[in-house]
Design a protein around this ligand. Sequence first.
Ligand SMILES: [Mg+2]
Length: 219
Amino acid sequence: MILMINKNYNSIKTIFVDLDNTLYEKEKGLLTEVSRRIDLFISNRFKGMKNIEKYRKNLFYKYGTTLKGLTIEEDVDPEEYFKFVNDINIEDFLERDEELINVLGGIEQEKIIFTNSPREYALNVLKVLGVEKFFSNIVDIRYLDFIPKPNEGAFKKLFEQGIKPEESMILDDYEHNLKPAKGLGMTTVLVGNNKSNNQPYIDYCIKDIKDIKEIKKIL
Ligand SMILES: [Mg+2]
């Protein structure tokens, strides 16, 4: 169920949790719908654009998120973008998750959402899953000054208010987000994949966020 790669004996006080494909499984399809709406936003704005996928990939590799690229290269208003791409009925994809509620309820450490999405979308997801009360805060893309994970600047923002990296854990489904986290001294957990992963910046791999209780026994 859990694969422990690097031993870690730090005492964890704060757990930063990614939202999409971490708090719920990738198979739910919500992020695919967000992605479909990003394509739609681009195709509405740049009528006649042929290879949207390639264009998005370019922006993603160059800037970390499609939005960052669109604001820099095309002067897109982030608020207009969020309003359009996150205009989704979350209930069509997710539902109340009693098991997740139980698992999060059993973890006494402070839990904070850390996402490249905007706050109102994150809050909707948390409400539908039934877990909003377990999170003391949402660190969203606006709070990050639109500097997304995996930029180191996004991670440094987490520690401006007294939380220490060496007393923090991060859960994320995107491997590249764990590298800067480890660099700062955080304990790192890759979610959604419990296969062997030899990357030195990954401390634990779990298949599902609900397996965090197994890590808890170790800490
Ligand atoms: Mg994610």
